[in-house]
Design a protein around this ligand. Structure first.
Ligand SMILES: [Zn+2]
Length: 281
């Protein structure tokens, strides 16, 4: 059984996010979604602690990383807010844990899951070796060098299917977003989530996620040809129509290239350590 675990928590697949407004920053729906997301994560954390887990680190991974309400989560958990640059992009140092649990996740860009996107909605579609690429693959691959296994995933049914397609033997627990929030019973769903997470503590079948390269990548930009051409030129990448095309040796290299495409300019990349320090302050 895993005794030290990491939880990566997003909001789109949590029990309080039922539209785009709830995933946006500082809307009233968002505030309610933060409470629900916190309760989801909190109930999983409580259940894992009761089951004998000794260390729980929780990374808030939605947007800027300030959505979870720490006062509502067991004090024995360590919550990581904000954005850390490395060694794992966004997360920083994952610490000494053996398994990662993904909660509140969403499906990949260009697929028909609930609020589907990969990293940013500016990417209309993201394909790697002709398959849509979901965020779990980027995160799980970044954690593999630290011997951390991706054992559990929750999100909409499409997101769960994509997780199972990518990571062999991963346990999943879906949330049906098709009924809307009014007809949803968060308490009963949440207790099922916590139960499923505890079961995943003995999921020894899932190995480290290390997909074999080369990874041929096509990033279709929502803003069209001009936007794609501009970004491709900035980073010396190939561009065909509204697609930026490149190959990466492995998933970590692919992740770094996507971060450049989505968020950076060469100047920002150079000054990033300073900017991030200021931002997190
Ligand atoms: Zn999110």
């Amino acid at each position: 059984m895993f005794k030290q675990v990491l939880i990566i928590a997003d909001i789109e697949g949590s029990s309080g996010c039922w539209d785009y407004g709830a995933s946006s920053f500082l809307t009233p729906e968002w505030a309610r979604a933060c409470v629900a997301m916190t309760k989801d994560v909190g109930s999983v954390a409580d259940a894992l602690l009761r089951a004998g887990v000794e260390t729980i680190r929780i990374k808030d991974f939605h947007r800027t990383g300030y959505n979870l309400l720490p006062e509502m989560i067991n004090d024995d958990c360590q919550i990581i807010h904000g954005y850390r640059r490395g060694p794992v992009p966004g997360l920083g140092d994952p610490g000494r844990v053996q398994a990662v649990f993904f909660l509140g996740m969403h499906a990949a860009s260009g697929t028909d899951g609930f609020l589907a996107h990969t990293l940013t909605s500016r990417i209309a579609r993201l394909e790697v070796n002709e398959r849509p690429l979901a965020e779990i693959e980027l995160f799980a691959a970044s954690l593999a060098p630290f011997e951390i296994r991706p054992v559990f995933f929750s999100g909409c049914p499409v997101a769960c299917q994509q997780a199972r397609n990518a990571v062999e033997h991963i346990y999943t627990y879906p949330i049906d977003k098709s009924t809307g929030g009014q007809h949803f019973n968060p308490e009963s769903w949440r207790s099922g989530l916590a139960l499923a997470a505890v079961e995943a503590l003995s999921n020894e079948k899932t190995g480290l996620y290390r997909p074999v390269g080369p990874l041929h990548t096509a990033v279709t930009m929502r803003d069209g040809e001009d936007a794609a051409r501009k970004i491709a030129a900035r980073w010396n990448l190939k561009c065909i129509g509204d697609q930026i095309i490149f190959s990466a040796q492995n998933m970590q290299m692919l992740y770094l290239e996507l971060i450049r495409i989505c968020y950076l300019t060469p100047l920002v990349e150079k000054t990033l350590p300073f900017c991030l320090m200021a931002y997190n302050l």
